[in-house]
Design a binder for this molecule. Structure first.
Ligand code: DHB
Ligand code: FE
Length: 279
């Protein structure tokens, strides 16, 4: 039986990759951000996942505006990373878990979530940066199942739909006969807007509401429309859909928050990391 051991959610700002490459972890601008990760790594060392289901949004590497799946799941034996244009370093290829990928795909399609299946998929900064933050010393010692959610182009799936999609993934993982300790890794957010009149918009009050609701009341977030979220959190704040999907995967009613760090701003973004366990 596969076992869901927890959810880690983290921002994925590309500039973090540049800071890692230039070893700026102790730089005054970066320190309060990077100081948020040693406690997460300690939790990982205690909890030792075998597989990471990464819920993220592709930023034009696999899917551009001309072809945009609402939900896409990778089903490859391995995934390479590539630079979609930020100029940050790529990372070593990671191993996939094609058996678990197919079990998830079959499970969610049986529940009427008609996902795009990707037997080839590459990882952009939304996957590579979180992996580097969690495992800074080199190749992540886990297999990866990438789940991509369209948070980029209207019409994106609603928060309620994302929560239900995540719950269907969670049921497929729970039913998977293979023995594996599965971590959910959600990336993106929190509030940010990269362009337009409100570029630089950040909303700490709404971010706190989201972090709190993710612990024990994700249904509260499912009550928002995407228009509400863009108004409250910025256009790219819609990446919270990845966190909501991930929270659906974790499932299990009220969770326990083991750790959080919140720091503003990193680049244009309210950065956060949160670790949740099932009660
Ligand atoms: C930034 C944040 C993102 O989530 C992203 O995908 C790209 C850039 C930023 O704040 O610079
Ligand atoms: Fe992003």
């Amino acid at each position: 039986m596969a076992e869901l051991i927890g959810q880690i959610s983290t921002s994925h700002v590309p500039a973090i990759g540049g800071a890692i490459a230039r070893r700026l972890q102790q730089d005054p601008y970066w320190k309060p951000f990077f100081d948020g990760y040693p406690p997460v790594r300690q939790w990982l060392a205690r909890n030792r996942p075998d597989v990471v289901v990464v819920v993220y949004n592709d930023h034009g590497l696999n899917f551009f505006l001309d072809k945009m799946p609402t939900f896409a799941i990778g089903a490859a034996e391995s995934y390479i990373s590539a630079d979609e244009g930020w100029g940050i370093p790529i990372i070593e290829p990671v191993r996939g878990d094609a058996d678990l990928s197919w079990a998830i795909i079959e499970g969610v399609i049986a529940e009427e979530f008609d996902v795009t299946t990707c037997q080839e998929m590459s990882m952009d900064h939304a996957v590579t940066i979180p992996l580097q933050l969690l495992w800074p010393d080199g190749p992540a010692p886990v297999r990866v199942v990438p789940v991509s959610v369209n948070t980029v182009q209207h019409p994106a799936p609603s928060p309620a739909r994302c929560l239900k999609f995540g719950q269907a993934i969670g049921r497929a993982i729970a039913a998977f006969p293979g023995k594996a300790r599965v971590l959910v890794l959600s990336t993106g957010g929190l509030s940010h807007q990269l362009d337009g009149e409100r570029a630089g918009f950040i909303n700490p009050e709404f971010d706190a509401l989201c972090l709190d609701a993710l612990i024990d009341d994700p249904a509260r977030l499912a009550g928002y429309s995407n228009h509400d979220i863009v108004a409250l959190s910025g256009t790219q704040g819609l990446e919270i859909l990845n966190w909501i999907t991930g929270r659906g995967i974790l499932g299990g009613g009220a969770a326990r928050e083991v750790y959080r760090n919140y720091h503003i701003p990193i680049s244009n973004t309210a950065s956060a990391v949160q670790v949740l366990e099932r009660r």
